[in-house]
Design a protein around this ligand. Structure first.
Ligand code: TXA
Ligand code: MG
Length: 336
């Protein structure tokens, strides 16, 4: 299949292009589009064949449910069997935005979408292109991140093409996404609600709205185990090269690897004083958590494209606002 690529304005998406993209979704095709977090790969969430194609294009295991994207809280309510007051409050505060709510699903949502679970993850994305596409398609859009399964999520159109060129119908290129890490996933079917995946909305921000939540995601003992949060597979969001986080003396560690003749990528917070040897790629990362999050995947994609053999990451601070960054780094580290 030939993948069509169309540039689109992120703030004022061209209506003709949106109509074209919406028609492809309505026909059961696959369209990659930007959200405020990462690029998603969209398919009609109510069409089992389209969702099956979506899983095949990503090489995604059937045990991993996908998030359903809608244009409003009202549209979300129509897809769930229960809409608790906590959902209403969170939707009011954080939608459109990077928060996914897991709720009991209605039977209209095919079990392929929810990986056989009785629940569905829903969110209203805060990106004009994503919202325009959902509205024009007049359908809920199932959209995991637009990458091959277990690979890095895409924050730019080029990242999408690296994994999915020739496997999808259309890519809407609206430039780099602002958030850079995937949405926070919160399970509202448990008491208290449980954080399944840290993201751009912090646990503290959630707790301000609905009171205490369980911040510890459930332990996954095996990647074959489907429930309750298969997306929490240990190895996920990973670059091709082995990655390690180093708390102190990372410069010495990097030097040691270089002395062994390895090509090394280094994410650090301060530019090294000495000039860089040709087998070292240094990326100086921002000191603030949101800016770091926005650039992390792009930095890892860049190191992968450069063909480094090892990636060394200076360990970021431990505070709460770095929770999502630590989560993604620890998954990028896992080799299995
Ligand atoms: O920011 C995002 O969330 C991006 C953009 C495209 O919206 N999407 C995304 O989708 O990251 P994906 O498929 O790569 O991650 C979805 C994760 C699953 O891996 C799983 O952890 C969780 O959301 N999830 C979805 N539905 C669920 C359900 N019914 N129960 C538990 N977890 C669910
Ligand atoms: Mg993903």
């Amino acid at each position: 299949m030939k993948t069509e690529i169309i540039a689109i304005d992120a703030q004022q998406p061209d209506e003709t292009v949106i109509t074209h993209a919406a028609e492809i979704v309505r026909r059961g095709g696959l369209v990659a589009f930007p959200t405020e977090t990462v690029y998603g790969l969209g398919a009609d969430a109510l069409n089992v064949e389209a969702v099956t194609r979506l899983f095949a294009a990503k090489g995604r295991p059937a045990i991993n449910p996908v998030i359903v994207h809608v244009a409003s809280a009202t549209a979300a309510q129509a897809l769930v069997a229960d809409w608790p007051a906590t959902a209403a409050r969170l939707a009011n505060c954080f939608w459109p935005g990077p928060l996914t709510l897991v709720l009991p699903k209605r039977p209209e949502i095919p079990s392929a979408v929810s990986a056989g679970l009785p629940t569905v993850g829903l969110r209203v994305p805060a990106h004009p292109v994503a919202l325009a596409l959902i509205r024009a398609a007049r359908l809920p859009i199932a959209a995991p991140s637009a990458n091959r399964s277990t690979c890095l999520s895409p924050t730019q159109a080029g990242h999408v093409l690296r994994g999915l060129q020739g496997r999808i119908d259309l890519l809407l290129d609206a430039g780099p996404t602002a958030g850079g890490l995937e949405s926070t996933v919160l399970d509202l079917t448990t008491v208290p609600p449980r954080l399944l995946r840290p993201g751009l909305v912090s646990p503290a921000a959630l707790e301000e709205v609905i009171g205490p939540i369980e911040r510890q995601p459930p332990k996954i003992t095996s990647d074959q185990e489907a429930l309750p949060a298969p997306g929490l597979m240990r190895r996920h969001y990973a670059p091709a090269a082995p990655l390690e986080c180093v708390a102190d003396a990372s410069a010495e560690h990097v030097r040691g690897l270089l002395n062994q003749g390895r090509r090394v990528g280094w994410l650090t917070f301060a530019a090294p004083h000495a000039s860089c040897p040709s087998n070292l790629q240094v990326i100086v990362m921002p000191a603030s958590a949101p800016a770091y999050a926005a650039q992390l995947y792009a930095a890892l994609h860049q190191l992968d494209a450069a063909g480094v053999e090892r990636i060394v990451v200076d360990l970021p601070p431990e505070d709460d606002e770095w929770l999502a960054v630590h989560d993604r780094l620890s998954r990028a580290k896992a080799r299995e």
